[in-house]
Design a protein around this ligand. Sequence first.
Ligand code: 5AD
Ligand code: SF4
Length: 477
Amino acid sequence: MKKRTTTQVSREEMEKQAYFSRCIAEKNATFAAGKGRKPVAFVRTFGCQMNEHDSEKIAGMLEMMGFETGTGFEGADLIVINTCCVRENAEEKVFGHLGALKGLKRENPDLIIAVCGCMTEQPHIVEEIRKTYRHVDLVFGTHSLHVMPELLWRVIDGKTRVFEISKTDTEVAENVPVKRNGSVHAWVTIMYGCDNFCTYCIVPYVRGRERSRQPAAIVEEIKGLAEAGYKEVTLLGQNVNSYGKDLPEPVTFAELLDTICENTVIERIRFMTSHPKDISDELIDVMAARPAVCRQLHLPVQSGSTNLLRRMNRHYTREQYLERVRKVREKMPDVALTTDIIVGFPGETEENFEDTLSLVEEVRFDQAYTFIYSRRVGTPAAAYPDQVPDDVVKDRFERLLALQNRISREINDGFLGATVDVLCDGLSKTNSERYTGRTEGNKIVNFTASKDHTGETVKVKIDSVQTWSLEGAAVED
Ligand code: 5AD
Ligand code: SF4
């Protein structure tokens, strides 16, 4: 098979987008002069960190076009819904919102409604929006993100509905403007797409084949972030361990991490998601050797049953997963481990499920993100005949949750009285008298302090613990 090589979207194409962005900015300036305010754009995001970061790019492009960032649907002149389709409930929520937006469009016919992201890479969803949600003006998929200025211009100038679902998945776009949500932590996409085709998962169909960014572009971005005062980055990809295989000059993920550590002064580096089949000794060694790389690993196991893992097309056995965990802990005894688990995959027997429970007991994850299996049209598992009845799945899900909650709580109990280093993100969103931040192991810590430590690493003494977070007070105030 011919090796596929990833290329960059051409400079001409990006200049063309900058041109359309200026066209919209001119229209928006006229709007602002007439109304005494800038037009407001509100972006609503569903799904994973990759989508959150895509929305930061959408917000960056909209800012260049002269939009003000809105905080809700009401009063917005442009609404962008960035969708997720990994599970059915995410899709249902989007359709719920789309239905509700009909009224807003009736009140304000000039309102522009755009839907993008993973859902809109599926032809049957695009058809449903086209036919049933006629108040939606613009639909574009994940591969068309960087051409949003042109698409939006076609809606504004042509006063027409636009549907753009490109299937080009051999390119990556650089230099898309970004409006970041935080000032301490930043997301950095290092690769797009996924080639794994786990049998339950829709991602490879909607995000396309794996495409890596050039190491130099990633290093430049992180350098810029460090200069702007950011302290922590999370490198994003569906399977970061296969980073670089598609580059004209292949690079491993471990090499990329080393290069980032050598060439930037960023204090903390995290990454997600790692596939257990691809996590190399080389990577574990770099993690252990580099102080900037956080000793924290998200390693989705999905199931503790080798039989089920085979049916999921995961390419590792229970024993191989446990061996990787052992290796990681041998090199980094204090590593924090998190995972994803699916309950109720077709054909899951009580015995298979008990294998998952026993694996969870054995590994003792700091946290597990647990999901009820959701049938996704077009994936192989959707056609498997032995779907598990809802009541059985629900019962298993609750048993797993109870077990993991007990373990997370026990691990957190071990922090009582300890002093931990916390990178402060700012004031807590739920309690304006407390600050919030994260440990190297990515545990959330809410704490009191006599002054604002945003962007600093603070020593915090833990005085109480919850299942999901730690509480305490800064000691070197
Ligand atoms: N049903 C339930 N969970 C799923 N995930 C992916 N696809 C599905 C599905 N069809 C979960 C996996 C993955 C996480 C991001 O979402 O656990 O690791
Ligand atoms: Fe989906 Fe598997 Fe790819 Fe993760 S590795 S995005 S679960 S196909």
